[in-house]
Design a protein around this ligand. Sequence first.
Ligand code: M6R
Length: 608
Amino acid sequence: MCGIIGYTGKRNAKDVILSGLFSLEYRGYDSAGMAVVSEGKTVTVKTAGKVKMLENAANSLNLCGSIGIGHTRWATHGAPTFENAHPHTQGRVTLVHNGIIENYAKIKTALEKEGYRFSSETDTEVAAALIDSRLSAEGDPLKAIGSATEKMRGSFAFAMIIEGFPNVIFAARRDSPLIIGTGEEEAFIASDITAILKYTRNYLIPESGDIARVTSDGISVFDSDLLPVAREKKVSVWDTESAEKGGYPHFMLKEINEEPTAIKNVISGRIKNGVPDFSGDGENIVARLASTDRIFTVACGTAMHAGLFGKYITEKLARRPCECELASEFRYKNPIVGKDDAVIVISQSGETADSLAALRLAKEKGAFTLGIVNVAASSIAREADNVIYTRAGPEIAVASTKAFTVQATVMTLLSVAIALESGKIDAETAKRITSELSYELPEAIKILAGDDGHIKKIAAEISKSENAFFIGRGIDRYAAEEGSLKLKEISYIHSEAYAAGELKHGTLSLIGEGVPVIASACDRALYEKTKAGLSEAKARGAMTVFVSPADICTEKDGDFVIALPCISEYIAAISAVTAYQLLAYHTAVMRKTDVDMPKNLAKSVTVE
Ligand code: M6R
C-alpha cells in the first residue's frame, strides 16, 4: 500500500509528482505529501486527506525545483494525520516509504539514545533517522542506506533526497514494489508504471535488496553488497489512455465496460483448433496441472473468488481435486503441499503480500507454481515457475471488476484444458465452452453493461437498506461471494453471502421487511432449489432479486429479475458477477460514496 514517486530532470518536479500521485492514489489516500529541492533548499508540503488537498497546498507555494519525491499514504503505523504524512525528514535525509519496518520500535529506542527526536508515530521517520545516523558514521550515502536497511526487518520501497547530494534521488527496495523510469535526460521512481506513463514507457525493476542512485544523466543500481548490477530494461505495453477515465464518471464503470475487450485479449493466442492452448505461456503447463496430485488456487479478496470459480470448474469438469485457499491462511497453516502438487496464485497486482508469501512457501515445499497475474513483471509474475498474464490493462478503481472477469475466464479455460488433457471431456465439449467464453461471454457482458436503467432501478431499492444478502448454489455460491464483497466494499451496506441452502440454518432470523436478498441460478440443474431458497426469504418479507439465464427465468422469480443474456452455467456465472458489479456500482453512486476510493481501503495490499 502507499504510493511513492520521485522525479529528476528538466520539468517542474511538483507537477510531475502531483500527476504521479493522482495516478497512485488508488494505493492509499489517507494523506499525501511531497518534498522538492527548490532553489537549493528541500521544501516539504504535506496534508492529511487526498492528493487534491496536497495539490491546493503545493500550488500556493512557489515550488520551482526539478527534483523531488512524493507519497500518498495508506496508514499502517499511526493515524492518518498531518504529522504522520510522508515525507519524513531526519537530519540530512528526507524520505518516502511504502512498506512496514517491523522492528522500528527497537530501532527507535536506540536512536533516541543517540539523541534523535521524533515528531510522528511512523516507522518511516525511524527509517529516515537510521539512514541519517549511518550517514554520519559512513560518510557515503550508498553505504549508509546499505547498512541501515540491513538492520531493518520487514518490507520497504524508499525514495529519498539527501542533503549534500542535490541532483540525486536514492531508492531502495525489499519486497515492496518499485520501478525506475527512464526518459531523455530525466528519470522517475514510482510504485508502478501508471504513475509515469504520461512521460515514459521505459523502465527497469530493481530486484529485492537493490539500492539505486538516480540522476537525470543515468541510473546506477547496486545489489545488497553494493556491487553494480544491470537490471533488464523493459517497455510497458500500457499507454496513458488506458490509465485515464476516458469520459466515464468513475474508473469502476470504465473498467466494467472494458470487460468484453479484456476477455478477448486474455483469450487471444490461447486457442488452437478451437480448444485452449497455453503453450505460449510455458512448456507443459496443462500437462503438469493434469498430472499433479492436487491443485490449489491461492489468493486474496476478489482474486480468491476467481480461485473459487477455478476450484469448482476444475473439480466438476476435470474431476481433479482442487482446493481454494485464502493466501493469508495458507501461509501460516503449514499446508499439506509438496512436489506432486500445483499451486496457482491469482493476483491482479502481482504484489499482494499474503499471496506472494503463499507463493514462496509453495515453492519452498517443492510444488509447481503458476501465477495468474495482470501486472507485468510484478513480484508474483517473476517468482512463479510460470505465469499466465491476464492482459486486462491497468485496473485503477479499488473495487476489482475486469480483473475478476479475466481471472475467472482464465480459470475456466485452464479447467477445460486440464479436463481435455485428462480425457474427462471430449474435444467437442472443450470447443463448445471455449467458443462460449470467446464470443458469448463478451457479448453478454456488453449487453449487461449497456443496461438502460433496469439495474439502476434495482440499485435504487437496495440503496435504501443497511443490510443485504447474496445467495446461490454450486458456482452461484461463489458469484454470491463476489457480489456481496463488491456491494459492501463500495456502498458500505453490510452484506453477506450464503450457500442458498444455508439460510434456514440461522440466517433467516435476520431477514425482515424489505431486506434485499439477491440470488443467482446459472446452474440450471439447481434453478428450482435456489428459487425455493429465495421464496423462503420472500415469505419473511425480503425484497428479492433473481439473476439467471434469460431462457429459464420468468418475471415471477423475484421482485426484480435480471435475465442474463447467456445460457451455459460457467459463462452465465461470470456474467452474473458483472451484473453484481453494476448493481454495487449504481448503489454506491446513489449513496454518494467515493466509488473509486472507498474508505479505509487501498488497491494494492502490500502489507500482511
Ligand atoms: O492485487 P490482488 O488481486 O492480489 O488483490 C487482492 C485483493 O486485495 C483484491 O482483489 C480486493 O479484494 C479487491 N479490491 C476487491 O474489490
